[in-house]
Design a binder for this molecule. Structure first.
Ligand code: AMP
Length: 437
């Protein structure tokens, strides 16, 4: 199939050609014609499937069919994203695909000064890409007008709910006209997402390109069993012997990310950490150095890594398994993107056996186990409690006895606390806005 059959006009086809895409991905082939017909769309697409172009291209097409607004504060289209990184990346895509069209765009997120963002909107923009908290602040200052909004897009909606943005989204929604086109993209189709969709979308067309919670077939997944205290050594060895040049490594906590980064640097591997305690400048710099291959390893926590888009990222390492099995799917979705082959390696210690079992249950397949004899786990080491994640509470009763496969998990990790804080904060609290990604 070719892009020219999807109903896109010449300026967009030219931009696609210049980007180097030869044919649409399945999500693009399905979603683009529906969006051009002005249908509401509910799309479940794994990350890396080309979903950004799947909504950006038809959005630009739809906007070219109506007139620009005269009032400078009135915007025509809004893309909401959970993190600043994703907002920046979607903005880059909008600018790239729309380069032969006259649209003005702005990107809005927390953690940086608000005045340049207010000034950008004052100049008049057609399309805004934003994280919900900061956008609400701007709306509160009457710095933006949604009354003529034609199209609203929620990207990575599942993660927006995870991060506690539901109230911000509801408040924003009250400022928007009933008559509009709404698109909702989500990696997973949870009952919460379906509920949100039913409140926002009108007779949506359903687009689903991958099985629920499946992991991409083009990703080779491997587990190495290793004792916790030897994980760092094994990781360094894998990076050096396999000559991995670009590795995204996941840790469970921000502290863990910092510690591992320092240790990798000490063993001569160029690394940087990216997490919620880092300034926006530090995060942007780390990501740019990683993309430019100036550093080999980017160590990230789940929330910070959400939205990282690097073409052909070959390796993802789970230095620690995530507490929430769905995060495994999101993590390894960073590799094997857009038809490229990727490798996802998980270093699993005895404490994490339950987490691994939950992941395999979710993805409905057993991950290949590969022994590395020099790192064979010590059979005398006993399982210890690990930090607890948000959705584990309901799965493991507090007072079960501590055994190898069933341990009480009392502590909660930093990022979960952070997410809970996000969930419980009042919609007006400015303090946390946009600081959580
Ligand atoms: P996304 O799922 O939007 O994050 O996209 C994942 C990656 O696929 C991005 O790096 C895009 O540049 C790339 N991509 C999107 N559409 C296509 C296409 N039709 N052909 C090849 N690569 C694509």
């Amino acid at each position: 199939m070719s892009f020219s059959t999807l109903g896109l006009s010449q300026p967009l086809l030219k931009a696609i050609q210049e980007t180097g895409y030869t044919e649409p991905t399945p999500i693009q082939a399905q979603a683009i014609p529906l969006i051009i017909q002005k249908r509401d769309v509910l799309a479940a697409a794994q990350t890396g499937t080309g979903k950004t172009a799947g909504f950006t291209l038809p959005l630009l097409e739809v906007l070219s069919q109506s007139k620009p607004n005269m009032n400078k504060y009135q915007i025509r289209a809004l893309v909401l994203t959970p993190t600043r990184e994703l907002a920046i990346q979607v903005h880059e895509s909008v600018k790239n695909y729309g380069k032969h069209l006259p649209y003005r765009t702005a990107v809005i997120y927390g953690g940086v000064g608000i005045n340049p963002q207010l000034a950008a909107i004052r100049k008049g923009v057609d399309i805004v890409i934003a994280t919900p908290g900061r956008l609400l602040d701007i709306a509160g200052q009457k710095g933006i007008d949604f009354s003529k909004l034609e199209c609203l897009i929620l990207d990575e909606a599942d993660r927006m709910l995870d991060m506690g943005f539901i109230n911000d989204i509801k408040r924003l929604m009250k400022l928007m006209p009933e008559k509009r086109q709404t698109l909702l993209f989500s990696a997973t189709f949870s009952p919460e997402i379906k509920k949100l969709a039913s409140s926002l979308l009108k007779e949506p067309a359903l687009v689903e390109v991958a099985r629920e919670n499946s992991t991409g077939e083009q990703i080779a997944q491997v587990v190495h069993y290793v004792d916790k205290h030897r994980k760092r050594e094994l990781l360094s060895q894998l990076i050096k012997t396999k000559k991995w040049e670009q590795v995204l490594v996941f840790t469970r906590t921000k502290h863990g990310a910092n510690k591992l980064t320092k240790q990798l640097e000490e063993s001569g591997i160029k690394a940087a950490a990216i997490h919620g305690n880092k300034s926006q400048g530090a995060r942007t710099k780390a990501l740019a150095s990683f993309k430019a291959k100036e550093i080999q390893v980017l160590v990230a926590t789940d929330i910070a890594a959400r939205g990282i888009d690097i073409d052909q990222l070959p390796h993802v390492v789970n230095f620690e398994l995530p507490n929430v099995p769905e995060d495994y799917v999101h993590r390894i979705g960073r590799t094997g993107r857009a038809g490229n082959v990727g490798e996802a390696v998980s270093l699993v210690c005895i404490d994490e056996f339950d987490l691994l079992a939950n992941i395999e249950k979710l993805i409905k397949k057993e991950i290949k186990k590969v022994d590395i004899p020099a790192f064979a786990p010590d059979p005398n080491i006993k399982a210890e409690p690990i930090q607890k994640g948000r959705s584990q509470k309901s799965q493991s009763p507090q007072n079960k006895s501590r055994t190898r496969s069933n341990r009480p998990d009392k502590k909660e990790n930093h990022e979960s606390k952070e997410r809970r804080r996000g969930n419980s904060r009042t919609p007006n609290s400015k303090r946390n806005r946009g600081e959580r990604s």
